[in-house]
Design a binder for this molecule. Sequence first.
Ligand code: SAH
Length: 391
Amino acid sequence: MIRDTHAVISARGAKRWEQGHPWVFRSDVVQPPASPPGAVPVRDQKGRGLGWALWSPASEISLRLIDRDPNATIDGEWWHTILDRAISRRAPLNTAETTAYRLVHGEGDGAPSLIADRFDRWIVVQFLSAGIEAFRAEIVGALQSITGAEGGLARNDASVRSREGLERRVEPLWGTVPQEIEVAEYGVKFLAAPHTGQKTGAFLDQRENRALVGSVARGRALDMFSYHGSFALHLARSADMVTAVDSSGPALERARENLALNGLTTVTLTEADAFEFLRSEVARGARYNTIVLDPPAFAKNRASVDGAIRGYRDINLHAMRLLETGGLLYSASCSYHVTKPLFLQMIQDAAAAAGRRIVLRAITGQPLDHPEVVTIPETGYLKGVLVEAAD
Ligand code: SAH
């Protein structure tokens, strides 16, 4: 039998598309296309054209919708239009104050499984599916022409690439991307490490929250899970002294460089396990006026949500106990599986266990450059609260 180059999907798969979600799982692909990874036309079982999707033969997420128009042509020009629209949305961030932000947030920008982050004059890209990998040349060409960036690097070492049947490696795309890039973030400077740092070299999703917490910080401050000191740099602008805690030696090495870069002398760096550190601070009766909790994703999948919640509750309970009266806690979670309601419930439980009157001052989410599309829950993962100990 000669197979067609289009895909046929089930009614359930088609319904998902109609509800604004771009993914079609393998179980909803009735007839896979006889094509290599790339863009394929998709039809329902009645033969109706549904549009175009990225095709990933090895993935559980077989098809990712990119265009509802069956007559679209998915070429370099098409990618240029999509990426230009995404990058134009970031115009408010394109100032001398912020030189590191996300240009493309995958499904959130209609470019499934594509990540592109700007660090000053360079771009770090992640091609996270076989379907998007097939358009590497078109995407690189469009990014170069839209941004005029000096160099690009592919951080294709992300683990999800294995599930797509793709190799994991870091490789240059164009020009030369430095090992460390100095970037500006609302009055502070830090060094991103595009080749070796976590994710694409820095955590950009907390940028606005760092500025927010920096603006209300005071007294003795604590930055837990500090990575290269990003929150600590902002806290130090208005707090008297800051302790930054992380378990990663290399991250703290860069934190030390970042402190020097900003001429800061009031920040102490501590290499420790956060759980143990918080517990011992409570035990010795320490008190802080400002605390930040920005842990890694404790829940990597749905099965680990309960354990993750216990972990979040533990650190939040301890942080609440450490607050002076009137003290502020900024607490975040980047676990997609810990939903907003679960996170708020955890904060409530921690406050009850802490026995303090904890007042909700703000609920935070994702910034402009990490768009959370309401019909695509997976585009949203970061949530946080700013709370105050009122008694
Ligand atoms: N706040 C940072 C990002 C933190 S990412 C920023 O805004 O840039 C999470 C950090 O937690 C990583 O740096 C990781 O090294 C650290 N980490 C993970 N497990 C830890 C633990 N048990 N104790 C202390 N730090 C931990």
